[in-house]
Design a protein around this ligand. Structure first.
Ligand code: ADP
Ligand code: MG
Length: 246
């Protein structure tokens, strides 16, 4: 099995009956990094939620295969047990609880050794476990803790919804290095929702979504170029945030 995920002609609607995603098809290879890009409101988070199986997002037609198995009708917890997990776009909700309890909330039976290994992968040590999840932790630390809480689940595919959105520009590269480290050590694949061109150093493929449909997909640089050419991004790209060969 070379693809951890295969999505075939997926159409998704919300409670109001509005179709948010239309006819989405793509594959993600094992242990690879795919980027999902697109303007605000294009349906990126909806795709993440639908893949994860959140009940509000109804699959009207199409199928989702995870490690070759049809998971289209499986509940969220079953998908999580199979190794599919999601890092939310919004900051963690469990504000005020201890870091150790936060990590254990998703993985009750996880050993302390596994937790420490996961923390080490994200560049933290076990002294953080007794801290409380609140504003006394930096944005970067909270992101790392979130990542560690996913790693303890032994993911085969991590979907990360704009994990870099709140990060300082200086620490992007450091954050991406952590992601690369996770990919190498855990062999998980990553579907990363981001607007940042900097991720190109480790992303193999990208998918460009607009108005709930895939505009193009394939080689990261090619897709990012196409994305940059769309009107909203042109000015930003001309300010040389894009690599020179764009
Ligand atoms: P993105 O993550 O790309 O910014 P979203 O997936 O959050 O986009 O949203 C895509 C579109 O779907 C938006 O127009 C949004 O308002 C709409 N949408 C998402 N969830 C719901 C919902 N539960 N009910 C109604 N509209 C929704
Ligand atoms: Mg979103």
């Amino acid at each position: 099995m070379i693809n951890v995920l295969e999505v075939k002609n997926l159409t998704v609607q919300v409670e109001t009956g509005k179709k948010i995603l239309q006819n989405i098809s793509f594959k993600i290879e094992n242990n690879s990094v795919y980027v999902l890009i697109g303007p605000n409101g294009s349906g990126k988070s909806t795709l993440a939620y639908a893949l994860m199986g959140l009940p509000r997002y109804k699959v009207v037609s199409g199928k989702i295969f995870f490690q070759g198995k049809d998971i289209t009708k499986l509940a969220v917890d079953k998908r999580a047990k199979m190794g599919l997990c999601l890092g939310w776009q919004e900051p963690v909700y469990l504000e005020g609880i201890k870091v150790l309890d936060f990590i254990k909330a998703g993985a009750e039976k996880v050993s302390l050794k596994k937790i420490e290994e996961s923390l080490s992968l994200v560049g933290l040590d076990s002294s953080i476990l007794g801290r409380v999840l609140d504003r006394s932790l930096s944005g970067g630390e909270r992101k790392r803790i979130e990542l560690a809480s996913l790693i303890v689940l032994n993911p085969k595919l991590m979907i990360l919804d704009e994990p870099d959105a709140g990060l300082d520009i200086i620490i992007y590269r450091e954050f991406y290095n952590i992601l690369e480290n996770i990919k190498k050590q855990t062999k998980t694949a990553i579907l990363l929702i981001t607007h940042r061109e900097e991720i190109g150093f480790m992303a193999s493929q990208a998918i460009f979504l607009n108005q709930g449909r895939i505009v193009c997909q394939g080689n990261f640089n090619e897709v990012m170029k196409k994305y940059c050419e769309t009107s909203q991004r042109k000015k930003i790209c001309q300010k040389a945030t894009c690599p020179k060969n764009f």
